[in-house]
Design a protein. Structure first.
Length: 27
């Protein structure tokens, strides 16, 4: 799941903080 999020963020050229990523992964 984390890899998918990272890939999407890279494709979208977006940068999120680790805390926000963790929050998304938990949900």
């Amino acid at each position: 799941v984390k890899q998918m999020i990272v890939a999407i963020l890279r494709e979208s050229d977006m940068t999120l903080s680790d805390e926000l990523l963790e929050d998304i992964i938990e949900k």
